[in-house]
Design a protein around this ligand. Structure first.
Ligand code: ADP
Ligand code: ADP
Length: 227
């Protein structure tokens, strides 16, 4: 079953003459882990931000389960996003940071508590729920950002270079954790990175981008092992 369609998507920012994304065309199957890889400036973030609803689509359609989502507000999309800089609220506790997306949607308090505690258990954050982000390590902050996405139980997870602020050792560890999380949740993940090793170790399918266009799409095996 095709779950998500990026149907000939184009983006031209206001004031720019060139398109930042051109004819991006991709069908994503249920539960796939997709990685967008390519050099800085090739349009990875722009594509992700259009999917999240943080940027308008200039032309083409983004569909989930057949429904055109182009005009749907970000908070009404069944999508959770993890940012490179974590985007945590420094004055809120870990618990409140993780609960934030549910609270703005007026979710039932008891259910929110259950979901946050469950996510904290998965991520090893149970003992840190009362702390503020400033009192956490980089890896723990990144887990809180993941936790905030998990509690939403969204259909689609978007991760924009989530590991690039971590040191090399932690990056390898978090890669494994994110892959396990994907297995566990069984949701679609779209993961943006400029790191080919990350792409190869995590993806079901890799989308190689260059200059706003898809250059190649395939499994890690297809892209890197075949002559
Ligand atoms: P990547 O995520 O692959 O590094 P981006 O999607 O950030 O690439 O950028 C793609 C292109 O769009 C770049 O040429 C960049 O300068 C341009 N761009 C990104 N954001 C904006 C913006 N808000 N306004 C104008 N141009 C932008
Ligand atoms: P990344 O490569 O991770 O997308 P950047 O440092 O390129 O990050 O961009 C950071 C922010 O600046 C983003 O919000 C992006 O949309 C914006 N931006 C990038 N390029 C341009 C540009 N040419 N004009 C205006 N804003 C831009």
């Amino acid at each position: 079953m095709v779950e998500i369609n990026l149907d000939h998507i184009y983006k031209r920012y206001q004031g720019n003459t060139d398109y930042s994304v051109s004819d991006f065309n991709l069908d994503i199957k249920d539960g796939e882990f997709i990685v967008f890889v390519g050099p800085s400036g090739c349009g990875k973030s722009t594509t992700l931000r259009m999917i999240a609803g943080l940027e308008d689509i200039t032309d083409g359609d983004f569909k989930m389960e057949g429904k055109v989502m182009n005009k749907v507000a970000p908070k009404d999309r069944d999508i959770a996003m993890v940012f490179q800089n974590y985007a945590l609220y420094p004055h809120m506790t870990v618990f409140d940071n993780m609960a934030f997306g549910l609270n703005i949607r007026k979710n039932d308090k008891a259910d929110t508590k259950k979901r946050v505690e469950n996510a904290a258990k998965i991520l090893g954050l149970t003992d840190y729920l009362k702390r503020k982000p400033g009192a956490l390590s980089g890896g723990q902050r990144q887990r809180v950002a993941l936790g905030r996405a998990i509690v939403r139980d969204a259909k689609l997870f978007l991760l924009d270079e989530p590991l690039s602020n971590l040191d090399a050792k932690l990056r390898v560890q978090m890669r494994t954790e994110i892959a396990q999380l994907h297995q566990r949740l069984g949701r679609n993940f779209i993961y943006v990175t400029h790191d080919q090793v990350e792409a190869m170790t995590m993806a079901d399918r890799i989308v190689i981008m260059n200059d706003g266009k898809i250059q190649q799409v395939g499994s890690p095996y297809d892209l890197y092992n075949k002559p």
